[in-house]
Design a protein around this ligand. Structure first.
Ligand SMILES: Cc1cc2nc3c(=O)[nH]c(=O)nc-3n(C[C@H](O)[C@H](O)[C@H](O)COP(=O)(O)OP(=O)(O)OC[C@H]3O[C@@H](n4cnc5c(N)ncnc54)[C@H](O)[C@@H]3O)c2cc1C
Length: 303
């Protein structure tokens, strides 16, 4: 049931919907300029980057780099008893600790700068003014709090493991049904939409429907706590290449599939060439487990 407390409508100079890097950077900037700023965030502060993007991906890479260093320790005169193995559950736990520390740090920074954080889904509420663009007319944001009430079998049985970590963002493929529990309204002179993006689904014709189990996005991978034996990555952009590097380094068999002529489209070609060369030299990738497929003939199949 929805409850809106009409008596206590707070007003801010700037209300930002979305607490990711765009939203929190704008909030800090606004606060440093003396504005009363609010952020409305429906999941975790820090958005994709801190929770299911840049930071966790870099932590995975760091673990893979340590593993590779240990594997080659003998070369450097360090003797290790037995064969080193990677423990994905530990990799996962360490990554999550780093993420939580950063999210907590961000939350503290926002608080210390006097920025108000509202938890819930922000939507633009209809403006009572006959001219919504009228200068000075306060704009309204409705903040709805929801509660998860059910989880589908898909998300429960995800393999290797996509068990939802309480601190990660809810994955886009999880079919949790939510129930609205309460709603609150705020007003602001200015509203900034910084709602980010979510992983793209492939067209139905590909047959690659994200099910959170066999076909997954980066969101689910970042909560895996078991190493997959093999993985096919569709798309050799920065994120695809990053995951390819991680999985090949920890010993999974990797196939990286790219529809374009080159990997890392949009990246400086000299840099992309160095990365591409490393696929065979093993400089950045464990080339024994690694295979790149430039799949022009299969364009119709994948895209
Ligand atoms: C695996 C991966 C690795 C990446 N690595 C890098 C990297 O190394 N370097 C780099 O520069 N970039 C990287 N990125 C990209 C980076 O994460 C994004 O560019 C960045 O997060 C975008 O910031 P944003 O604030 O625009 O959106 P987001 O980070 O997506 O934040 C948007 C926020 O808005 C919230 N929100 C959405 N709708 C509402 C609503 N109605 N009400 C309330 N809240 C709402 C969301 O919950 C979210 O927290 C990576 C991305 C991924 C997926």
């Amino acid at each position: 049931m929805t409850e809106t407390n009409q008596q206590d409508i707070k007003h801010h100079d700037l209300a930002i919907i979305g607490g990711g890097p765009a939203g929190y950077a704008a909030a800090l900037y606004g606060a440093s300029a003396g504005l009363d700023v609010a952020i409305v965030e429906m999941r975790k502060l820090g958005g994709t980057c801190l929770n299911v993007g840049c930071i966790p991906a870099k932590e995975f890479l760091e673990s893979a780099a340590v593993f590779q260093t240990v594997l080659s320790a003998k070369e450097f005169g360090t003797e290790i008893d037995g064969v080193p193995t990677i423990n994905m559950a530990e990799v996962q736990a360490r990554k999550q600790q780093v993420v939580e520390k950063l999210v907590k740090g961000l939350s503290g920074t926002l608080k210390s700068r006097g920025i108000t954080v509202y938890s819930g889904v922000g939507t633009l509420a209809p403006n009572e003014s006959s001219d919504p663009e009228k200068s000075g007319a306060p704009k309204k944001v409705l903040i709805k709090n929801t509660e998860s009430t059910a989880t589908t079998e898909n998300s429960k049985k995800s393999k290797p493991s996509t068990t939802q970590n309480p601190s990660t963002q809810e994955t886009s493929t999880q079919e949790t049904s939510t129930q609205e529990t309460s709603a609150q309204e705020i007003t602001a002179d200015h509203i900034l939409l910084a709602t980010g993006s979510k992983p793209r689904q492939l067209p139905e014709s590909t047959g690659l429907k994200v099910d959170g189990k066999t076909v997954v996005t980066s969101d689910e991978i970042l909560s895996w706590d078991e190493k997959p034996e093999s993985v096919a990555i569709v798309g050799a952009g920065a994120i695809g290449v990053e995951f390819a590097s991680f999985f090949s380094d920890i010993g999974s068999e990797v196939m990286l599939v790219e529809a374009l002529d080159d990997i890392l489209a949009g990246v400086d070609r000299d840099i992309a060439k160095v990365v591409e060369r490393s696929f065979s030299t093993g400089d950045f990738f464990n080339s024994q487990n690694f295979f790149v497929m430039i799949c022009m003939p299969f364009l119709g199949t994948f895209f």
